[in-house]
Design a protein around this ligand. Structure first.
Ligand code: GCU
Length: 138
């Protein structure tokens, strides 16, 4: 399997800001979603082949309440209201994962806030192509 990380600060941000005031992020920062429904981050993802991939979003949520988001691949929602629950602190980062089908070549992956609280802070999207890794049987 091939693993590629795509930083949120390099993605297309709609109603959010790149910030770096909470430690634990990778790259040069993270995206602070505006506290509004519809704020989003869209990544451009390149896949080697058509097939299943694991999409993991690294986030922090220092608020007590969930900051759910819809996840869309190539414009189609593949997971609605994915929970991004409180992580205890804005410096405490976790990952949530889902499986989706990517096309060979260019794809978009968008995470859109569905409540007035907006999204959590998002560090990156990690894509693992080719399904789960494991020992090969020779
Ligand atoms: C705080 C925090 C931000 C966060 C925001 C929020 O202001 O410092 O990083 O994005 O809360 O509630 O969304």
């Amino acid at each position: 399997a091939t693993t590629t990380a795509y930083q949120a600060e390099n993605a297309t941000i709609t109603n959010g800001a790149v910030e770096s005031n909470h430690a634990g992020y990778t790259g040069t920062g993270f995206v602070n979603y505006d506290n509004a429904t519809g704020s989003s981050v869209q990544w451009s993802v390149t896949a080697a082949a058509t097939g299943s991939a694991t999409l993991s979003i690294k986030f922090a949520n220092g608020a007590v309440t969930n900051r759910p988001m819809d996840i869309a691949v190539n414009g189609t929602t593949v997971a609605s209201g994915v929970a991004f629950n409180g992580t205890g602190a804005w410096t405490t980062w976790q990952e949530t994962s889902l499986t989706a089908t990517l096309n060979a070549g260019a794809n978009t992956v968008r995470a859109t806030a569905t409540t007035a609280g907006g999204g959590p802070n998002v560090d990156k999207l990690t894509v693992v192509e080719g399904g789960t890794t494991g020992p090969s049987m020779a």
